[in-house]
Design a protein around this ligand. Structure first.
Ligand SMILES: Nc1ncnc2c1ncn2[C@@H]1O[C@H](COP(=O)(O)OP(=O)(O)OP(=O)(O)O)[C@@H](O)[C@H]1O
Ligand SMILES: [Mg+2]
Length: 250
């Protein structure tokens, strides 16, 4: 069966994908490729020599599914405390959709990104503690990831607004040719440690920007909070942003 998404408003848009609430499972999301930024566009943007790679290697959904299957085998359930669970592919009228756990707060709202949280509240004690927990986990378990970007981490809150956990929802796996867990243990831990150090730097950079009036960039903001499904698709209610396809900025 093909799920209809085209009558729903996405709750978020990254540089590469649109994210929808699953029409049949409110606790899951479906990510599809942005129709305005095809795999061919993305490959073209990369330039030589990366543009020699096969088109499929530019597909985030395919790559994420492969990595998440490995994570489940390698770590078991404990990884899903800090990484959103993946449920595989489903057919949608916007193409193949990757289904994953949708992180929501206790009040039902889709959890906001760490970027948005820090922008709104600064580095609260609660948030500092949650960041420390995530970073210790990342380093201890030597989780392979790309740079830990502030818009790829969401902050799940409990009934009193207290932070329950930080969950990484994108940017997992390593770019190297050698499978990460074949590397010597010390190298794995060193690589994970570097990602943690960079995360602290990104947090500091964002906190330093807080004086300015505008939220920096469009990454990290939700289009709706998932409590009313956002079904109004009239053109004036559609938000558009430029595709960018790179994962290095926060
Ligand atoms: N499982 C989830 N639970 C809650 N929110 C999510 C989830 N997955 C994605 N989001 C929200 O959707 C936004 C975009 O999702 P995602 O990062 O997967 O898209 P992308 O196009 O791959 O991003 P990028 O621009 O980093 O390539 C995130 O910044 C986050 O706010
Ligand atoms: Mg992302």
């Amino acid at each position: 069966m093909t799920l209809r998404l085209s009558n729903q408003k996405p709750f978020a848009q990254g540089g590469n994908r649109l994210c929808f609430v699953h029409p049949e499972h409110p606790d899951r999301c479906i990510k599809v490729r942005r129709p305005d930024f095809s795999l061919a566009d993305r490959r073209r943007k990369k330039g030589f020599p990366k543009n020699l790679k096969p088109l499929s290697s530019f597909d985030d959904n395919r790559e994420e599914f492969r990595i998440m299957s490995r994570f489940e085998q390698y770590y078991g359930d404990r990884i899903f405390h800090h990484v959103s669970r993946c449920y595989g592919f489903t057919d949608t009228d916007l193409g193949a959709g990757l289904v994953s756990e949708l992180i929501r707060d206790a009040n039902g709202a889709i959890s906001e990104t760490l970027k948005k949280y820090l922008w709104d509240h600064g580095l609260t004690d609660d948030c500092q503690a949650a960041i420390t927990t995530l970073c210790e986990f990342w380093q201890r378990e030597a989780v392979p990831s790309r740079d830990l970007l502030l818009h790829n981490i969401v902050v799940q809150k409990g009934p009193d607004g207290q932070i329950l956990r930080l969950v990484v929802i994108d940017g997992l796996g390593s770019a190297g040719l050698i499978p990460f867990h074949w590397l010597p243990g010390a190298v794995q831990h060193h690589k994970a440690g570097r990602k943690v150090t960079n995360l602290h730097k990104r947090i500091q950079d964002l906190l330093n920007q807080r004086g300015q009036s505008e939220f920096p960039g469009y990454h990290g903001l939700l289009l709706h909070d998932g409590r009313a499904q956002g079904k109004d698709l009239s053109p004036e209610n559609q938000e558009h942003t430029e595709p960018h396809g790179d994962k290095t900025s926060s």
